[in-house]
Design a protein around this ligand. Structure first.
Ligand code: M6R
Length: 596
């Protein structure tokens, strides 16, 4: 996820340090490149940008010395166009009179670039942030003022994004929001605009939150909001934020884990936009189609997503896939693979040593490889033949939540595409996740007293919900330190059932079509006094047989495993906090495991 920040000052001054510090406060979002533009009173625009860390690029290009009345800084997390100096932001328009930067994805970027070039504009990069600037340039060239030009540009730019743009002719910055975050700060003779609150709070506590479909016009003394649709001013008073920086960094949530759980509808939507626009989806599908054997290789949470991916690929594309925990790939499969085989390596960090070791073993045998990876520029991304990004932004909490969701979504998307099905149905997923999250709190609260002291429980699933049960059990043990085992529901009677006594908790994740099997399992536990908790869509038999039913919204059966992930993430979080632990940083664990 990129980050943008802008400042408008009443006097010409050195803006470099303000821009560098704002960039440093945005780094938690993840990035590969950084750039600064300052707009001088005499109409000159100074633009410096490159790939690398903020401190390193700022020192090399001497950001600290940059002067002007207005400034923009952008951190780029590559989606359209590889990380490079030319694709870094901000961008100029054709003749250097406008400069701007964006955060988010313009999904019709390829078509727009072709149009801009056909209209004679100078397009210098592949980056969609540049398209935002040219989209405004197009209407400024036709004689529209900046506000009007942005209103018209908005109709051309498809996707979710926020952008900041300024021109040489007036001491103003314009910012527009559609989908991505945007906040304005109001100081004394200076105003700010940013992707998020934490980058503004050290500068001023008077803020205005920009809503979707609004344009903010910033001068040194004023901020005016306009509706993009009709150009009418918006009436909204600034608010004074009194909360701490820590609160702001967590987006108002008590922990990063909770924030990241609630980000899932948004990052799911962003990923789907990217996959819709990506040619690499078809490239990965083609390689899987022609391969003799396809392996999905990963560890921990990423492995569980791969396991679900294997179910989706078999069911929707008729493609058998072998999911394997990365270190086991080396003795069990590597000796037998060859150049006709293909592996999809899945990782949030892209730096997990176990996964990289398996990748090397596969490549030594000439196997083709792709990665599904969140951290752009990671070793895994660089070393595989193809990669698809997960587009989750930075995941700070050690327990993986939003990256699991987007890994699962990416696999479902690949399976639909490979099977020749309509991927358009995936557009329902963000709203389903939103609706699920909205109704879970009151359902989970009554479970807490029964579960908070338990040090032993099971989480069972079948078919597409088996990986969800494994993932739910991993989440529960990771943040509550209780023993929780994930298992295929049908296996429970082959031994573990002996553990069940009065009120022993067993969670059943019910997928559509598997209710009969799940209900049998529930009854085997219920008759022995166990506390049976079912997660599934409303079903008379589940409700009649389970002691507790955590109800999910009705949805396409393919999406039930995605929605069923959420109560297990939230339950883990709540029990961790109730037990007095910090779910973001569980003891003994590390976010990125770069050791054997
Ligand atoms: O970065 P990776 O996805 O390769 O990490 C693999 C596991 O270490 C990771 O998924 C781990 O299991 C999670 N932190 C669990 O929440």
């Amino acid at each position: 996820m990129c980050g943008i920040f802008g400042v408008v000052s009443s006097e010409e001054r050195v803006l470099g340090p303000v821009l560098i510090e704002a960039a440093q406060r945005l780094t938690y979002r993840g990035y590969d490149s950084v750039g600064c533009a300052t707009l001088h009173a005499d109409g000159h625009i100074d633009l410096r940008k490159d790939v690398g860390k903020v401190e390193e690029v700022a020192a090399r290009l001497d950001f600290a010395a940059m002067k002007g009345k207005r400034g923009i800084v952008q951190l780029r997390w590559a989606t359209f166009g590889h990380p490079s100096q030319v694709n870094a932001q901000p961008h100029f328009d054709s003749d250097g009179d406008l400069v701007g930067a964006h955060n988010g994805n313009v999904v019709n970027n390829v078509e727009l670039r072709a149009q801009f070039m056909a209209e004679g504009m100078i397009v210098r990069s592949e980056n969609d942030g540049e398209s935002c600037v040219h989209a405004v340039e197009r209407y400024v060239n036709q004689g529209h003022d900046m506000l009007d030009a942005i209103r018209r540009a908005f109709r051309d730019l498809e996707g979710d994004y926020a952008f900041i743009v300024g021109g040489v002719s007036e001491n103003t910055l314009y910012a527009f929001k559609k989908g991505s975050g945007l906040v304005v700060g109001i100081g004394e003779g200076v105003t700010y605009v940013s992707s998020d609150l934490p980058s503004i709070l050290p500068l001023t506590r008077r803020i205005l939150r920009v809503r979707d479909g609004e344009i903010a016009v910033l001068t040194p003394e004023t901020v005016t909001l306009y509706h993009v649709e009709d150009g009418q001013p918006v009436k909204r008073e600034p608010e004074t934020v009194t909360e701490s920086m820590d609160w702001a960094q967590k987006g108002g949530y008590a922990h990063f884990m909770l924030k990241e759980i609630h980000e899932q509808p948004q990052v799911a939507g962003e990923l789907l936009h990217l996959l819709d626009a990506s040619s690499d989806v078809d490239a990965v599908v083609a390689r899987m189609r022609e391969a003799h054997h396809v392996y999905v290789v990963a560890c921990g949470t990423s492995y569980h997503a791969g396991l679900l991916g294997a179910v989706y690929l078999a069911r929707l594309a008729g493609r058998p896939v072998i999911p394997v925990i990365a270190p086991q790939f080396i003795p069990q499969y590597a000796p037998a693979v060859n150049s006709h085989d293909f592996g999809v390596f899945v990782s949030q960090s892209g730096e997990t040593k176990d996964v990289l070791n398996a990748l090397q073993a596969a490549q030594r045998r000439g196997m083709g490889t792709a990665s599904l990876v969140n951290v752009i520029g990671s070793t895994l991304m660089n070393e595989t033949d193809l990669y698809l990004p997960l587009a989750c932004g930075y995941e700070i909490s050690v327990p993986a939540t939003k990256t699991f969701m987007n890994q699962a979504i990416a696999f479902l998307y690949l399976a639909l595409r490979m099977g020749g099905h309509d991927t358009g149905i995936m557009a329902q997923v963000p709203a389903l996740l939103e609706a699920s999250l909205a109704q879970l709190g009151p359902q989970l609260a009554p479970l807490e007293p029964a579960l908070v002291q338990r040090n032993d429980l099971y989480c069972l699933g079948y078919g597409a919900t088996y990986p969800i049960a494994l993932e739910g059990a991993l989440k529960l043990k990771e943040v509550t330190y209780a023993h929780c085992e994930g298992m295929l529901s049908t296996e429970f009677k082959h031994g573990p059932l002996s553990a069940v006594d009065d009120d022993y908790p067993v969670i059943f994740v019910a997928g559509s079509g598997d209710t009969d099997l799940i209900v049998s399992g529930i009854n085997e536990v219920a008759v022995r006094g166990g506390h049976t908790i079912a997660i599934g869509v409303e079903d008379a038999r589940l409700r009649a047989n389970a002691r507790t039913l955590i109800r999910l919204p009705e949805s396409n059966p393919l999406f039930v495993p995605l929605a069923a992930t959420l109560p297990l993430q939230l339950l883990s979080y709540r029990l961790s906090v109730a037990r007095g632990y910090d779910p973001d940083f569980p003891r003994n664990l590390s976010k990125t495991l770069t050791v054997d």
